[in-house]
Each structure stands twice: as C-alpha cells, then as structure tokens.
Design a protein around this ligand. Sequence first.
Ligand code: NDP
Length: 477
Amino acid sequence: ASAQIGVTGLAVMGRNLARNFARNGYTVAVHNRTAARTRALVEEFGQEGDFVAAESAEDFVAALERPRRLVVMVKAGEPTDAVIEEFAPLLEPGDMIVDGGNAHFADTRRRERALRERGVHFVGAGVSGGEEGALNGPSIMPGGSQESYEALGPMLEKISAKAADGSPCTAHIGPDGAGHFVKMVHNGIEYADMQLIAEAYQLLREVAGHSPAEIADIFRTWNTGRLDSYLIEITAEVLAHVDSATGEPFVDVVRDQAEQKGTGRWTVQIALDLGVPVSGIAEAVFARSLSGHRELRDASRGLAGPTAEPLGKADAAAFADQVEQALYASKIVSYTQGFHQIAAGSEEYDWNIDLGAVASIWRGGCIIRAAFLDRIRAAYDARSDLPSLLADEGFAREIGEAQDDWRAVLVAATRQGEPAPGFAAALAYYDALRADRLPAALTQGQRDYFGAHTYRRADREGTFHTLWGGDRSEVPA
Ligand code: NDP
C-alpha cells in the first residue's frame, strides 16, 4: 500500500479533487465504477503527481495506507449508499470513508451511525467551489469524529483554498452531519446572494434604465468596495458578455427560468422544521420556482401594472448608490438568517459549531466567498455568543445607515411594479425584529377564539383562555 488517500467517483469533482491531492504531493489511489474514466485521468494528468489507478474495489482498498482514507465523490443519494456498501466490508476499524458529495445531512447522520457500529469513521464533508475549486482549492466543511479529523484534517488543510491571511478554508465543523448541514446552509445563502444580486440588476435596468454593459460597470465598481465578492465579480462578467450569434447582451438571449438542484430547498425545509425564519433564503428559492412557471406567467400577461414613468437620467446615478445600500443591507439580513439556522441546527443536534470558524472557512474557495465574511468572523470573535449578526454593533450601524436608501429602493420598485422579493423580505425581517409590538398578539387572540388555543398575557404570568362564546370573561387555562 502506497497511497495516502483514495478517490472513487472520477467525474468533474472527483477527478479534480484527486489531481489537487496529487499536486500537493500525496500519492492518490483513483477508482471509478466505469474504469475508462480512471484510465483517462491517469493518461491525461498522470504527470501532475503520483496516481495509483485501481480497476477493482479490492485493488483500490489494497492501495491505501492505514488508516485508509477513502473519498467518495459520486452522485448524491442512492449511488453514495451503493458505494459505501461496496467498500465498507473491505475496510478495517479505524479506516474512514469521506463523502464529499452534496448529501443531505440526515443521510450523513444515518450513514455515520451505521458505519460507526462497524468501527469505520464516516466523514460527511461539504465541498464548495465547483469544478475549479476542487482543482485549485475548495472550501471544505468536514463533519465526523474528532479522531477522523486528526487523520484527515492536515490533508484537507493542504488542498483547501487559503483566505487572504493565509489560513486554510477548512476546519472540523462538528460530529456526524454537521459538515453537510453547514454546506447546505452555505448553498441557501448562495441562493439568497444570487437573488439579491439579480434584483439589483433588474432594478438598475428597469427602474433606472441602465444597459447590461453599464450595469456590469456598476458591479465592477461595487466589487472594489464592501460588496467585494466572487458572485459580484462573475455577475459583472456575465452582464458584459455579448451573444456571438445575435450580437445581443447574453443576458437577453437566455430563457428567464431559473433551475435548481435542491440544496436551497433543503435549507428552507429544514429551517421550517427548526422554526428558524430564513425568509430571505425562502424568497430566493421561491423566486426560482416562480420563474419556472411559464404557464402561470403567460396567463398573467394582461394583468394591470402601475403607470409611473421611469426615473430620469439624473436620478439614475443616485439610484445606483441607493441600490448598493439596499443590496448590502439585505445581504446582512440573509447572513443573519443563515447563521441563525446553523446555530439552531448546532443546538438541536449537539454539534457545538463555532460560527466564527464557519465564516472564516467561507472566506476563500467557495461560491459565497467575500470580503464581508471577514467582518462576520470578527463579529463572532468579539462575541462568540452573539445572538444574531444584527446584534453586532458594526452591522447594526451599517444597516441603520443603509435603511433609508433601502426603503427608497423598495418604494421605487413597488411604484414601478418591479418585484424585489429578496429586498422586501429582508427589510420586513429587519423591521419585525426592531418592532416594539408585533401583530402576533392578534394572531393569538384569533387562535384562542376559534380553537381555544390559549394565550399568555404581557402583564402577568400564566396561560389564559377567554370564553368567546359565553360572557367573554377570562379564565386560567
Ligand atoms: P456527478 O454527480 O455527475 O456523479 C457522477 C459520478 O458518480 C461518476 O463518477 C459516476 O460513475 C458515479 N456514480 C453514479 N452512480 C453510481 C453508482 N451507483 N455506483 C458507483 N458510482 C456511481 O459528478 P460530479 O463530479 O458533478 O459531482 C460529484 C459529487 O459532488 C455530487 O454529489 C455532487 O452533488 C457534488 N458536488 C458537485 C459540485 C459541482 O460543481 N459539480 C460542487 C460541489 C459538490 P460512472 O463514471 O461509472 O458513471
């Protein structure tokens, strides 16, 4: 046995991850269900490092030094179970299987439990950064036992992206499904970031009358400031791109129906189960779903819209500054919601997740990498028990400074009939948290009226019910 690590599943992600390990000096055993992929990898990239090509599962396992570290990069779902079933019987206690696919954290918990009984460590590791990240340095979110991290962590730290200060974009997240849970929320936040950016683009275009090329320049300027991030950077590239077939802006020739693979939906489903209000992430998922309902949209074409005129040119420049404020404020809210969900998951499953460390390892390699994450890390470093990012003095001040413009942007959007569900949900969340009193008191009254669901009073302890159908006196419940 000569390989320090093995990768099975050599499609785009697995192949690039294997090359990344090899380029960092590790001997990598490689395996794929269809052996042609294994041969192709070694033929094309064999000169990049030391690969051991294995055609059978037995040869693959035999090639690995102990404790064996076996990375599975196959299609998430049943294929992952099939591969685990194939390899687990060949492993010995102390060995580990690392699932780098986009597994649901509940599946990871189940698989970890089953393998633990056989003495095999199971590490559910979220990997973000796409194809390019897998090759040059992704952000890696490994769960599993502390013991498995000791054997695996140094290798992951080596191949992961590095933040601007040189620290690796990986850390032990917590037991069993913690890593895949954090990856799931990462993707939920990614959906929200993308939706907010899309809304900013739409408003700059439809309210302020800018062309895609002009908006690309606005985004490039934003990318030199506090919104500096990978997603803003690639947005400018996409907006500046011109379709070669028609000479039209690329963004005008693509069908306006967004697709999704499911991690955003999982984030919202789990948030509902945990009772965490991730309204911004939910709006982002729903916005994609709404865009896909072509038949509903076609049937609604004739519905009346507002009659206001677009803003004049002079206002357009000022409007762009206001949109930057609205985008930044809404971004603070979606990260507030996402980190709340991680805290709630950590509490529910006893994961003891370090939120500052999560912000830290998202600073490089992953899709939501951004200068902004340094600020979040600093907020948790200053106060590890921060109940909400909005409770951080710096974020509270910034969002306070942005709020007038944020409101103005939503007024303009509403007046001209442009949907901005992400901006609106974020502002509603902010205003609801600020409110002295919420109409939830009335909701409680209604629930007590029709279902005798009882209520608590603001002025004294206890649970009460009003005899709505009788003399309307109050009785203790
Ligand atoms: P795919 O998700 O397209 O999966 C293809 C790979 O899975 C092939 O190696 C295929 O083998 C193997 N496979 C499928 N079914 C089985 C099975 N029943 N038994 C054994 N092997 C099987 O590959 P990607 O590289 O795109 O993604 C790999 C994982 O990484 C996925 O879980 C994905 O969600 C996740 N991921 C992907 C990202 C991306 O940007 N693409 C980003 C982050 C994570 P064969 O060649 O024999 O068909």
